[in-house]
Design a protein around this ligand. Structure first.
Ligand SMILES: [Zn+2]
Ligand SMILES: [Zn+2]
Ligand SMILES: [Zn+2]
Length: 251
């Protein structure tokens, strides 16, 4: 499987609209890896393309990536930075398969056309869905609203994606799966506290315990360190990657 990080910013993205802070000003001026769209990833294999989350940037992402067919779309939870772009699928030329929990699927009556263009499937905790050769297993993640992370498995390869995890504590299920995962993705808007999500320092503590798993940090906010500073911090860890828009990893 291949995973592409098509957006790596937190709910605001960087630069954040209306924000004149140093980080946003520099991102506006210089672009590069400090410019972060709101968060999404695309998982592909030989036959399928799976999109995870539809933030406000998703229309632009699909156009730039020249994606004209999606096998399925999965949604983690109802927060706007994860679903706010979903109305682009009003005009998608084929019926789109959408998987999510009841809390997020309840938002689809925003427009009649969107509602009609989607085929909905309700996800249940730890009940896998087969997307041809890729098994997608949702698991509940501690957050303010009902939220699913996803585990993508193909043959013996596994990607574990925690969406907007609030707590640094891992339950036994998460620990067991982390050990088996090739990639583990965490949303850490802040470096050291300051948000109600897990932060970079907490992810690094977890990464130390699972040396054979590669950890990817994404959903990064404008109050976090710059991309270069974050890379410097993680450089002494052999198994931590700071995501940027366009990063593609193969497992
Ligand atoms: Zn978020
Ligand atoms: Zn800012
Ligand atoms: Zn959220």
């Amino acid at each position: 499987m291949k995973i592409k990080f098509t957006g790596t910013g937190d709910g605001r993205g960087i630069p954040s609209v209306g924000c004149k802070c140093q980080r946003c000003s520099l991102a506006r001026k210089n672009g590069g890896k400090n410019r972060r769209r709101t968060v999404s990833v695309i998982v592909t294999n030989k036959s399928d393309t799976i999109l995870f989350d539809t933030p406000s940037s998703i229309g632009q992402v699909l156009n730039e990536e020249k994606i004209f067919h999606l096998t399925a779309v999965f949604l983690s939870h109802k927060h706007f930075d994860h679903v706010g772009g979903v109305t682009v699928f009003e005009y998608w030329p084929e019926k789109i398969l959408v998987y999510g929990n009841m809390s997020v699927l309840g938002n689809f009556e925003i427009t009649d056309r969107l509602y009609e263009n989607c085929e909905f499937h309700v996800l249940h905790d730890k009940k896998s869905v087969k997307i041809n050769n890729i098994k997608v297993k949702p698991f509940s993640v501690a957050h303010k609203v009902p939220t699913f992370g996803l585990i993508f498995t193909e043959n013996d390869k596994m990607i574990m994606h925690f969406s907007d995890k609030a707590e640094k504590r891992l339950d036994d299920y998460e620990k067991r799966l982390l050990k088996k995962s090739d990639l583990a993705i965490f949303h850490a808007p802040g470096f050291d506290g300051g948000t109600d999500h897990i932060d970079v320092l907490q992810v690094l503590k977890i990464a130390e315990k699972y040396p054979s798993t590669t950890f990817v940090i994404t959903h990064i906010g404008h109050n976090n360190l710059s991309h270069d500073e974050l890379e410097k911090v993680v450089s002494s860890y052999g198994n931590v990657v700071i995501a940027y828009d366009g990063l593609t990893l193969q497992v």
